[in-house]
Design a protein around this ligand. Structure first.
Ligand SMILES: NC(=O)c1ccc[n+]([C@@H]2O[C@H](COP(=O)([O-])OP(=O)(O)OC[C@H]3O[C@@H](n4cnc5c(N)ncnc54)[C@H](O)[C@@H]3O)[C@@H](O)[C@H]2O)c1
Length: 395
């Protein structure tokens, strides 16, 4: 099949994710891909983002949509569903940043994420997933779920091992942790749809769900899906007994800052994922795969591709070392190309070639939907002190 000669990208959101999407787009090779412009609601931010990159700033979402083939949703999770459905209805491919979608409350200003009915949350999150998948089914365009862990080189190497050796994964464990997210929307359930499990846990969680899909497809042609979860969540920095030494972010309004979720799959194998805002020393993102014929440790970040020793903090003041590192003094796992290890550029590269070739992405709406089903089944389980909860089937 011939690739389309050029695809035009539109970025929605001018914050952290908007920036790394733009940088990844600049590195797409093997086809023509052009960033047509950006839309973001705050005029000042939109104009700054556009002028720093020589892009056109669009005043409305609709004008941006008219000018592009692929929409990048780099916006808070609460906005994903509406914009994704609008883009699909207009026949535009849509790249949805993690987390895919969720439950963001009842619309009231004083909605409190600590006290709502978790069964209702699970139901509503699944309804949102279904609406996005329905919009995709009715569209000529497709959903690409921007979970960079799926495309991280270490996870894709593990995919190759699973496919070529016919391995069975018997269990996995993984973690995403650091000292607290920067976004002002993070920490407020009605924007983020949850806490650490939703914001951080989805990375390793999607990766474990993905690898079981890969394993199933390789051995029987069918993905192995999640069956049930048990989960615990905590707000450690909000506890009266917490001693704040000033190194971890605090002040989360109505979310958890620590979560542990145990997933059981259809084939009775298991995975354990930890998500935490309580980890010093830079991001701690890793996944270990224990299979019946091999064992793999994927160090997403940090890893030892490069290590530096810096005797004096000030020497490295203009040098980026590694995400969320608290100090640049002493030994560090300095990342020579962090976006490469985390999979940002690989996911955008893959999405554009998939879109050009009409090929289903490795990370699409089913994987995004299964992740959300597992997360909200997890929140229901946590409300029941860790009791096992079935993961509803996303069709
Ligand atoms: N894959 C990753 O590693 C990674 C890392 C960071 C963030 N993210 C995800 O990216 C998304 C954005 O997070 P961020 O850190 O860039 O947040 P941010 O706060 O830095 O930026 C959010 C942007 O969205 C814009 N926005 C808010 N509401 C909007 C609306 N209704 N319509 C259009 N634009 C709107 C804001 O003005 C802002 O420009 C989230 O889903 C987040 O989980 C992913």
């Amino acid at each position: 099949m011939h690739e389309r000669s050029e695809l035009r990208a539109g970025i929605v959101g001018s914050g952290f994710a908007g920036r790394f999407h733009y940088e990844a787009l600049e590195r797409v090779y093997g086809m023509e891909c052009r960033v047509a412009g950006v839309y973001s609601p705050t005029e000042e931010n939109r104009l700054r983002f556009a002028s720093e990159r020589g892009l056109q700033a669009y005043e409305t979402l609709e004008e941006l949509m008219d000018a592009v083939d692929v929409m990048h949703l780099c916006t808070p999770p609460s906005t994903h569903e509406e914009m994704a459905c609008a883009a699909l209805a207009a026949g535009r491919h849509v790249i949805i940043e993690k987390p895919f979608t969720g439950y963001f409350g009842d619309g009231s200003d004083d909605f409190d994420g600590r006290s709502f009915d978790r069964e209702r949350g699970l139901e509503a999150a699944l309804e949102s997933v279904r609406r996005i998948r329905e919009a995709e089914r009715n569209s000529s365009a497709m959903v690409m779920y921007a979970e960079n862990w799926v495309y991280a080189p270490a996870i894709q190497k593990e995919r190759e091992i699973l496919e070529k050796t016919g391995a069975q994964i018997v269990w996995m464990h993984g973690e995403e942790g650091h000292s607290g997210s920067h976004s002002p929307y993070y920490g407020i359930w009605k924007y983020s749809g949850g806490g650490s499990l939703m914001g951080k846990g989805v990375h390793p969680l999607t990766a474990v769900l993905y690898l079981k899909q890969v394993e199933g497809r390789a051995r029987s042609g069918e993905p192995i899906r999640p069956a049930s979860v048990s989960c615990r969540t905590h707000l450690i920095t909000g506890a009266p007994s917490y001693h704040d030494a000033g190194h971890l972010r605090t002040g989360y309004r109505d979310i958890e800052d620590l979560a542990a979720i145990h997933v059981t799959f259809e084939d009775d194998t298991a995975a354990v994922v930890i998500a935490s805002e309580l980890v010093l020393g830079g991001v701690h993102n890793w996944l270990e795969v224990c299979a019946n014929n091999h064992r793999t440790v994927c160090n997403i970040n940090p890893n030892t591709a490069m290590q530096t020793y810096n005797p004096e903090e000030s020497q490295f003041k203009d040098i980026y070392v590694v995400e969320k590192i608290g100090t640049k003094q002493g030994w560090a796992c300095t990342s020579p190309d962090e976006d490469w290890f985390t999979g940002y550029q690989h996911e955008i590269q893959a999405f554009y070639h998939d879109a050009a070739n009409g090929r289903a992405p490795e990370s699409g709406s089913l994987l995004g939907g299964d992740t959300i089903a597992a997360v909200y089944a997890g929140y229901l389980s946590a409300a029941r002190s860790g009791q096992e909860v079935e993961v509803p089937r996303v069709e």
